[in-house]
Write a protein that binds this ligand. Structure first.
Ligand SMILES: NC(=O)C1=CN([C@@H]2O[C@H](COP(=O)(O)OP(=O)(O)OC[C@H]3O[C@@H](n4cnc5c(N)ncnc54)[C@H](OP(=O)(O)O)[C@@H]3O)[C@@H](O)[C@H]2O)C=CC1
Ligand SMILES: CC(=O)N[C@@H](CCC(=O)OP(=O)(O)O)C(=O)O
Length: 303
């Protein structure tokens, strides 16, 4: 039988991206009448009838909706959440199929999967293989810089940039406590939370996450060793690709793609390296990643 899906928040930025990507898949998308989209009874009624619920809501609404699903007990559908609410929760599986050898399998069989944050996707993709291979110590004090297109802030930020015109470039999260830090620390296997400085530019979509490293702090490693480790880890992935370092990086050039590109830039002096991840915050950073997880959860393919 064709599996059925209810996207709670289907009219939002991430929800719409998922709907569009589902069009060519053998699934039935069940929708709620727009005027009842915030009505718990109407949502619960749909949740009872589907195989998979996908939450594309702000964190508090996602927690409420997850509680509605849980109230169905043994009749509960499976759940994929795009918010920050459950990304480090012990009874949820982190929806990053490329994270480790068994992750795609764990996602395929999980009752509850959390979709990674956009910045976290880039940072974890770069760090986790290097930490696991003991090339970057888990307690190394790291700094992570990132820039996102304004669609990363959802509907309200999109409207602000497209009507009144937002700032050309803005650092934010300057209390250095961005909501992605717990997930980056946990899933990159770090023991020291990094300093994370996000920023947003006056363009719609696409992001770069970059992590500078002083090689003298790391012992006998080089940019080439990092590159080899990343290439080995992501060999065979059609989605996460390790590419040659270029002299410039355009944050918007993967807009519309669900791929992510990782690079290692070697400093000319031989003492520095810069790890970079480029992705579309709405693609591998949100709806594209959700599609990977939906396909795995519904058995539509394996990574
Ligand atoms: N945009 C991005 O790049 C990314 C977003 N995410 C996450 O995905 C989730 C959705 O974000 P995004 O799509 O950007 O946000 P949007 O603001 O674009 O969409 C959110 C949607 O949720 C609806 N909504 C809000 N509150 C409720 C409620 N109580 N009950 C039912 N529906 C509700 C909104 O409806 P209405 O507008 O009518 O209130 C809107 O349709 C968030 O948790 C976000 O952090 C994750 C990765 C990247
Ligand atoms: C530019 C911008 O505002 N970006 C968002 C992150 C987008 C994202 O990944 O969202 P979730 O972690 O909420 O799922 C922010 O920094 O809050």
């Amino acid at each position: 039988m064709t599996p059925s899906i209810f996207i709670d928040g289907e009219a939002g930025t991430t929800g719409l991206g998922i709907r569009t990507r589902l069009q060519d898949l053998p699934v039935t998308v069940r929708s709620i009448a727009p005027e009842r989209r915030k009505d718990p009874e109407a949502r619960l009624a749909l949740m009872r009838e589907v195989d998979l619920v996908v939450l594309c809501l702000p964190d508090d609404a996602a927690r409420e909706s997850a509680a509605l699903v849980a109230s169905l007990g043994t009749m509960a559908p499976r759940l994929l959440d795009a918010s920050t609410a459950f990304r480090t929760a012990p009874d949820w599986v982190y929806g990053f199929p490329e994270l480790a050898a068994r992750q795609a399998e764990a996602i395929a069989t999980a009752a509850r999967v959390s979709n990674p944050g956009c910045y976290a996707t880039g940072a974890i993709a770069l760090l986790r293989p290097l930490v696991d291979a003991n090339l970057v110590p888990a307690d190394l004090p790291l700094s992570i810089n990132a820039v996102s297109g304004y669609s990363g802030g959802g509907r309200s930020m999109i409207e602000a940039h497209e009507t009144s015109g937002g700032p050309a470039f803005q650092l934010y999260g300057l209390s250095l406590a961005h909501k992605h830090l717990p997930e980056i620390t946990a899933h990159a296997h770090l023991r020291t939370p990094p300093i994370f400085v996000p920023s947003v530019g006056h363009y719609a979509q696409g992001m770069i996450v970059s992590i500078p490293l002083h090689l003298a702090q790391l012992g006998h490693v080089s940019a080439e060793i990092f590159l080899d480790a990343l290439r080995t880890h992501y060999a065979g992935s059609g989605i996460v690709q390790v590419v040659k370092a270029a002299a410039e990086l355009d944050a918007g050039s993967l807009a519309g793609s669900d791929r992510m590109e990782l690079s290692v830039h070697a400093g000319a002096c031989g003492a520095h390296a810069l790890l970079t991840a480029r992705l579309d915050n709405l693609g591998k950073g949100a709806s594209g990643a959700a599609l990977q997880n939906i396909r795995l959860m519904l058995g539509l393919d394996r990574r």
